[in-house]
Design a protein around this ligand. Structure first.
Ligand code: UD1
Length: 386
């Protein structure tokens, strides 16, 4: 059986690493007739060393067999170019399966291409729904899940979403969260790192002030969603809260995404951050560095999807700077650690203060977030009966 799997952007890499390892395990445990041939395609949506290459190295992902070199662009440009290039790959290699992960433009573009070439499609992390059609990732999820033959879900809420939308029961398989496979595999290595070294080695060239003493509690900030960073007023309000309020309570470490950096430089907000002296701007971090910060942080303020899940398993209180989440299983009301605060400063302040008054939370591990999801994904693909 020949499988082509696809990655495109940073959050895909920690999902494909365990899948590739699980294919290797399957091949070691099975005879010749059942061997799986695997081809890894990187669309090249993320191309910087810090957004891409360093994850391949640190997570032991073999180099991509094919890189489509798509790069930056509008959504239509990224999706269109990816489809054109991926079609050539599919025509040449004629795989039995295309496997996509997550919800980035590469996921959607390669799903459409695969199905138009009548190739079976598996989606790992199927069924997540934010119900927010202003979010490009929601469109990618809807398109991908409508097309996929095999919908591999991280939790029962996601399975229920798919069944409610009319997906055939036999194509929906609850396998657990593949990101947690990577977290479990890598947590010991992350735990051994030093926060001081992480800061020293990743200080952003844009950070111009002395580094505040980080000996006790600290918070971590990550922001990259267009809804938070593309509108100058919104970004200014969030930055104002971080600079004038959050940073007075505890120092903040902020690994900054290229999209956010561009906006902060254009608007001059970067100067406010630097002048406050309690926020440390870092370059985009490697997997282990960010995991270590997450393990030790008193609070996470983030609009990332994956970090919500990692906070949940680590017990780090997480303010989700979004109006909705496609990962409700991580919310406090469902036993998790996440609170939706959107980008309304009054709401952010209230929840921030509540968390600062309380302690770290107990970790919460939803069903099948057990480090063995990738093996279940491989098994479902091999055993699939159309
Ligand atoms: C993408 C994903 C998002 C994911 C995020 C993680 C989609 C629709 N969005 O958003 O789901 O959470 O990645 O990072 O696929 N850039 C660089 N270097 C890079 C990559 C990007 O400088 O290696 C710059 C680009 O010039 C671009 C901006 O960052 O202007 C945004 O990149 P893009 O890939 O379009 O989307 P993300 O915001 O990263």
């Amino acid at each position: 059986m020949k499988i082509v799997s696809v990655v495109g952007a940073r959050p895909n890499f920690m999902k494909i690493a365990p899948f590739i390892r699980a294919i290797g395990k399957w091949n070691r445990e099975h005879g010749n007739e059942q061997q799986l041939e695997h081809i890894l395609v990187h669309t090249g949506q993320h191309y910087d060393d810090k957004m891409s290459e360093q994850f391949f190295t640190s997570l032991n992902i073999p180099p991509a067999d094919i890189n489509l070199g798509i790069g930056s662009g509008s959504h239509a440009e990224q999706v269109g170019k990816t489809m054109i290039e991926f079609e050539k790959v599919v025509k040449q290699h004629k795989p039995d399966w295309v496997v996509v992960v997550g919800d980035v433009n590469a996921t959607c573009a390669c799903s459409i291409t695969a199905k138009k070439e009548c190739i079976k499609l598996a989606h790992i992390e199927a069924g997540l729904r934010s119900r927010d059609m202003a979010m490009p990732e929601e469109i990618n999820r809807l398109v991908t899940d409508r097309l996929a033959d095999l919908l591999l879900t991280p939790d029962e809420l996601s399975s229920a979403n798919l069944l409610q939308e009319g997906a055939p029961e036999k194509s929906v398989k609850f396998v657990g969260n593949i990101m947690i496979d990577t977290l479990e595999e890598q947590r010991a290595k992350a735990a051994a790192l030093s926060i001081t070294d992480i800061i020293k080695n990743n200080l952003h060239p844009g950070h111009t002030q002395p580094i505040p003493e980080i000996s006790g509690d600290f918070g971590v900030v990550t922001l990259h969603r267009p809804s938070n960073v593309d509108h100058q007023e919104t970004l200014a309000e969030i930055t104002g809260f971080l600079v004038n309020e959050a940073a007075t309570a505890l120092p903040l470490l902020w690994p900054i995404h290229p999209r956010t950096l561009k906006q902060m430089q254009t608007s001059g907000l970067i100067d406010q951050v630097n002048n406050c002296g309690r926020i440390v701007l870092l370059q985009p971090l490697g997997y282990h560095d960010l995991l270590k910060l997450n393990m030790e942080a008193r609070i996470m303020l983030s609009d990332s999807g994956g970090l919500q899940e990692e906070c949940c398993v680590l017990g780090t209180p997480c303010l989700i700077l979004r109006e909705n989440t496609e990962r409700p299983v991580t919310l406090v009301k469902n036993g998790g650690v996440g609170v939706l605060v959107g980008n309304d400063v009054a709401k952010i302040r209230r929840s921030f203060n509540t968390i600062m008054d309380a302690g770290r939370l107990a970790s919460f591990r939803p069903e099948l977030w057990d480090g063995h999801t990738a093996e279940r994904c491989v098994k479902e693909i091999v055993e699939y009966v159309g």
